[in-house]
Design a protein around this ligand. Structure first.
Ligand code: IPE
Ligand code: IPE
Ligand code: MG
Length: 262
């Protein structure tokens, strides 16, 4: 569904007349929505374990949460949503789990294409894309190509992504330019560093959410989150809902972002 600003407001306020509904949700301020939300989607394995199921069932359920959260982000006007889907460290999981995750990713790319087109969502990917299986790479390229002109929101998937690998790649690229004389050492700046990361066309996250309660960053966007607001919820990713997401947005909107000033 496409939301104009007026319809967006109507959508956000529509629950005010519903007394049973959590008041927190009604209070999202459409003028102060974070431009970029990044999420560490964690807890799929524990969700499955609680139910005596295979971890893969947790990942399947997690894919449903992805659809719900992409949809709510689009509705409230988030412009960039980055989802940490697979880390460079996740390659060390069992071959069965890695291959199930790759299969799910491919399935997601195919099944969500229509939704992305209908909602004007552009797909982007960051990470070591060349390490993904060929069939996943080709679905990814196809989806990115197909959604290239979509301009309402960017869905940015972090795939085989690790921040240290990204920073190492950046240093090598800048060092090579210094060596061949195309830039001077003194020209190296924070902006130049940002321009050599996978995220070069994407503003830094305003809000970083991690599900499942772990108090760590796990090699995600180390440079980019310098001034992001952090929110960690105990909820496991497959149990995470649009309502809880909207509560987090509301919490974000109450914060005072000082950026080192007073
Ligand atoms: C997050 O869930 C998904 C990926 C890392 C791919 P986990 O698979 O890490 O789930 P837990 O942390 O074991 O519960
Ligand atoms: C972080 O979760 C990576 C993703 C969500 C893709 P992990 O489950 O891999 O991280 P750790 O092992 O808890 O740090
Ligand atoms: Mg985990």
């Amino acid at each position: 569904m496409v939301f104009t600003r007026k319809r967006k407001r109507k959508f956000l306020n529509s629950d005010r007349k519903n007394p049973g509904h959590d008041l927190m949700e009604t209070a999202v301020d459409v003028k102060n929505v974070p431009t970029h939300v990044a999420i560490i989607m964690d807890g799929n394995g524990r969700w499955a374990k609680q139910r005596l199921m295979n971890r893969v069932r947790g990942h399947e359920q997690g894919a449903k949460t992805v659809r719900e959260i992409v949809t709510v982000c689009r509705e409230i006007g988030v412009q960039y949503l980055t989802l940490y889907a697979f880390s460079t460290e996740n390659w060390q999981r069992s071959p069965a789990e890695v291959s199930a995750l790759m299969h799910l990713l491919k399935k997601f790319l195919v099944s969500e294409r229509d939704l992305m087109m209908k909602n004007q969502i552009r797909l982007n990917a960051i990470g070591q894309i060349g390490r993904l299986p060929e069939d996943v790479q080709s679905e990814l390229a196809h989806t990115m190509d197909m959604t290239r002109e979509n301009s309402a929101m960017v869905l940015n998937l972090a795939l085989s992504y690790g921040s240290r690998a990204e920073l190492t790649r950046m240093v090598k690229r800048i060092a090579a330019k210094v060596r061949d004389g195309s830039i001077d050492v003194d020209a190296v700046s924070e902006d130049m560093i940002s321009d050599h990361l996978y995220t070069r066309l994407i503003p830094d996250p305003d809000l970083l959410i991690r599900t499942s309660g772990e108090m760590r960053i796990s090699n995600f966007l180390l440079w980019q989150i310098a001034y992001s607001e952090l929110f960690i919820t105990q909820t496991l990713w497959p149990d995470f809902t649009r309502d809880e997401f909207l509560q987090i947005i509301r919490n974000y909107q109450l914060r005072d972002r000082r950026f080192g000033r007073v």
